[in-house]
Design a protein around this ligand. Structure first.
Ligand SMILES: Cc1cc2nc3c(=O)[nH]c(=O)nc-3n(C[C@H](O)[C@H](O)[C@H](O)COP(=O)(O)OP(=O)(O)OC[C@H]3O[C@@H](n4cnc5c(N)ncnc54)[C@H](O)[C@@H]3O)c2cc1C
Length: 370
């Protein structure tokens, strides 16, 4: 059997990774590959905080693969050419990957799918967006999901068989994902699958509905960057919590529903990354001067909660959901600065920057979205 390339993207884990498991089941050697090609992500290449996370997550994935006699091959794009070259170099006759839902990547992946022998899988969502009609309101959407039954079966950790000879890999450092000035020194995160599992084990779902509204408590799971980078799947979380969930636990699982909703919205309404879902807001009379923008970004507005949130974001790469709502409302409704500007700032500074969730969060706060 000839080798299979497994093209890793936002699925940086070995457990419950459908593309990887399918490649192992196919038989023959498996070659795990990551290709850095930010220019293919359209107007939304990963921001600075995401790049920091990605660097450490790729290192963690490589270490985990090496524990199992495998390794992660790193290359630079263009992706199609790189995959073709790798197929020639290794004799691989198929490429497997897990799907992404950002508009620019859907377009790119369609071309690759039409050109190379390949198979794609769902690793990031509970349901594929095209299985549902386009919903604009969360509650009926979530009811429709629950009525179908959430597929919570988790695939076991894969052990990919190594090829006789490994193709060359560029060094992780050569991708230059880490910042030149070390502004990330305050980041207290453990990117990678093990870090995600540790947070899941520590998380107390029984206190979620009482503690989640308190930004002064660590009452939420903080799994958002791990979910974004696919170091843990929503199915794994569902599988771990749904069996014994009380009302609070279901309140938590409902948040996975919001994540799901955001991805479905992005799929059905791809223009909403830059334009309001409700078209009547397209001509909103925003401030022309953007007065207060600099103070907002630096946490120097004079409003303590806004400033605390913006400084937390800068220092840790993360902000509590309720505080995200407050700072976003302040920017849009007090300073009258377009939500798109705030979304861009979050995109660059959040370690969990996610095109679907960020777009939903900003449009929802601005009142022009779902
Ligand atoms: C203006 C604004 C921008 C946002 N930008 C992002 C972003 O770029 N990336 C991101 O992951 N989330 C974003 N959110 C949603 C939410 O604030 C974060 O997902 C949450 O704070 C992450 O912390 P947690 O993992 O502890 O969440 P928990 O409360 O533990 O929730 C568990 C998971 O559910 C998902 N989730 C929770 N709330 C939401 C929500 N409102 N919408 C979609 N998914 C949700 C996340 O994946 C989260 O990790 C944004 C919200 C707002 C108001």
């Amino acid at each position: 059997m000839r080798p299979t390339l497994v093209w890793f993207r936002l699925d940086l884990r070995l457990t419950d990774n459908p593309a990887l498991s399918a490649a192992v089941r196919r038989g023959g050697p498996v070659i795990p590959v990551y290709i850095w090609a930010p220019e293919e992500e359209g107007a939304w290449p990963p921001g600075a905080a995401s790049r920091w996370w990605l660097h450490h997550s790729l290192a963690a994935l490589d270490a985990r693969l090496r524990e199992r006699g495998s390794r992660l091959i790193l290359r630079r794009g263009p992706t199609l050419d790189t995959l073709r070259t790798l197929m020639t170099e290794t004799g691989a006759d198929a490429v497997y990957w897990n799907r992404r839902y950002e508009p620019a990547l859907i377009a790119r992946d369609k071309v690759i799918q039409a050109t190379l022998p390949s198979k794609s899988f769902n690793s990031a969502l509970l349901f594929e967006p095209w299985e549902f009609k386009p919903y604009r309101v969360f509650t009926p959407f979530w009811k429709a999901c629950l009525a179908r039954g959430v597929p919570a079966t988790v695939q076991p950790r894969a052990r990919p068989p190594a090829p006789a000879r490994w193709p060359a890999s560029v060094k992780l450092e050569s991708l230059e994902l880490l910042p030149r000035l070390d502004w990330a020194k305050g980041f207290d995160w453990k990117p990678g699958e093990a870090g995600a599992q540790k947070l899941l084990r520590r998380f107390n779902a029984r206190r979620y509905t009482t503690d989640r509204d308190r930004p002064d408590l660590a009452g939420t799971s903080r799994l958002s960057p791990h979910l974004h980078f696919g170091e843990i799947s929503p199915r794994q979380i569902w599988n771990a919590l749904a069996k014994n969930a009380d009302q609070s636990g279901w309140g938590y699982l409902r948040q996975l529903g919001w994540r799901e909703f955001a991805h479905h919205l992005l799929y059905h309404f791809p223009h909403t990354t830059d334009e309001p879902l409700r078209p009547e807001f397209a001509r909103f009379p925003w401030s022309k001067t953007h007065t207060g923008w600099r103070e907002w970004t630096r946490g120097e507005t004079g409003f303590p909660l806004v400033d605390a949130g913006m400084r937390e974001l800068w220092t840790t790469g993360w902000m509590h959901n309720r505080v995200r709502m407050v700072v976003a409302s302040f920017l849009v409704k007090d300073l009258l600065i377009p939500w798109q500007e705030g979304a861009r700032w979050f995109w660059d500074t959040l370690v969990d920057a996610d095109l679907a969730n960020n777009t939903l969060g900003w449009q929802w706060t601005a009142g022009c979205g779902a």
